[in-house]
Design a protein around this ligand. Structure first.
Ligand SMILES: C[S@@+](CC[C@H](N)C(=O)[O-])C[C@H]1O[C@@H](n2cnc3c(N)ncnc32)[C@H](O)[C@@H]1O
Length: 332
């Protein structure tokens, strides 16, 4: 078991024991049958037995899903705020941290753009691409407690993306981001809220895509059973302020279609993102207790029909959008 010392530093950072002490929230569902090895195969896909909150598969399809999401949302910008000014600093070798870097696509693009920046990606799961540039380092760290191994004040920029549904202690993660940043450093936060909105005022989301709406509510329910608070999205400014950050600029909100109508490659990628997220959410939802594998499969089939334009909401599922927020805040 790790012992926490001064400044939140963890003296003995064993990842597996951190996992034991961190992921305490276990749903009361009768379908919960944790495996005994490092991975269990559930519904044909491998899942880590060491991360309890984040019940997403660890396989090539999941890496592809993460890369697709990256491709879909990068139009909102790779970074936000005056990050370039910090990273272009010729006086020294700036450092950047990506918390929960996933496949490492975001980090790799930043590393290519800023070859003089030391880019560190931390994640509990080993699913990073092997062809990252030389200025990228990947470390296995259990967030937020394991971040104690990173020195205080040692990064110019910290990036957090899509961690809202992975980390129950979001405030603790922001506190660690604050600790590892230098004064003047910037934290970037880029999160989805996983709710469905209607682009057309005369229709409710339920009329446009009933299965997609039902799925998003089931996913949020499954996440809440694991201690995740999706309301973090609406409280981001307060949470950042509580961690010590100053926010001088409003966030940038952008909206992504869940079932885009066009047949171009961008739209196909967005549709594939939705399809893959629904598939990846299976265990979270089934273990949440409201669905069995069979009823989830029915729901998934209905979602596919909506994505193909044949669902109960007809082609109108194309009017469903989901918001993302991009915040940048500073450590004074
Ligand atoms: C939805 S993915 C986001 C990946 C990446 N930030 C992106 O936007 O493409 C969430 C990531 O958090 C990682 N993760 C989940 N729980 C974690 C924990 N306790 N410590 C470290 N990483 C964790 C997962 O392995 C996964 O790579």
């Amino acid at each position: 078991m790790s012992a926490e010392g001064k400044d939140g530093q963890v003296a003995d950072g064993d990842a597996a024991s951190d996992a034991d002490s961190l992921d305490l929230v276990r749903p009361p569902s009768p379908v919960n049958q944790p495996g005994t090895g490092v991975f269990s195969v559930l519904w044909g896909r491998p899942y880590s037995n060491q991360l309890w909150t984040y019940r997403f598969p660890v396989d090539q399809d999941e890496v592809t899903r993460l890369d697709r999401v990256h491709q879909a949302i990068r139009s909102a910008g790779l970074t936000f705020g005056p990050v370039d000014v910090l990273l272009d600093n010729p006086q020294r070798w700036p450092r950047l941290l990506d918390v929960g870097c996933g496949s490492g696509m975001w980090l790799t693009e930043v590393a290519v753009q800023f070859p003089r920046v030391d880019c560190v990606g931390i994640d509990f799961l080993e699913q990073q691409h092997v062809n990252a540039p030389r200025n990228v380092t990947f470390m296995q760290v259990n967030v937020p407690r394991g971040m104690g191994v990173l020195a205080a004040g040692s990064f110019d920029v910290v990036h957090i993306r899509q961690m809202i549904y992975a980390i129950p202690d979001y405030a603790g993660m922001l506190a660690q981001a604050y600790r590892v940043l230098r004064p003047g450093g910037i934290l970037l936060i880029h999160e989805p809220n996983l709710l469905c909105y209607s682009a057309w005022q005369e229709y409710t989301p339920e009329q446009l895509g009933p299965a997609l709406v039902q799925w998003s509510l089931a996913f949020r329910h499954g996440l809440s059973q694991r201690g995740v608070d999706m309301n973090v999205f609406n409280r981001m400014e307060q949470l950042a302020a509580a961690a010590g950050f100053t926010m001088t600029h409003p966030p940038h909100f952008h909206y992504h279609p869940l079932a885009p109508g066009n047949d171009n490659s961008e739209a196909q990628n967005e549709t594939e993102c939705t399809r893959a997220l629904v598939a990846a959410s299976r265990i979270t939802i089934v273990e949440g207790g409201e669905y069995t594998h069979d009823t989830f499969s029915v729901l998934e089939g209905e979602v596919h029909a909506e994505l193909d334009g044949h669902g109960a909401g007809g082609a109108r599922a194309r009017g469903l959008y989901s918001p993302w927020g991009f915040w940048w805040v500073r450590k004074e």
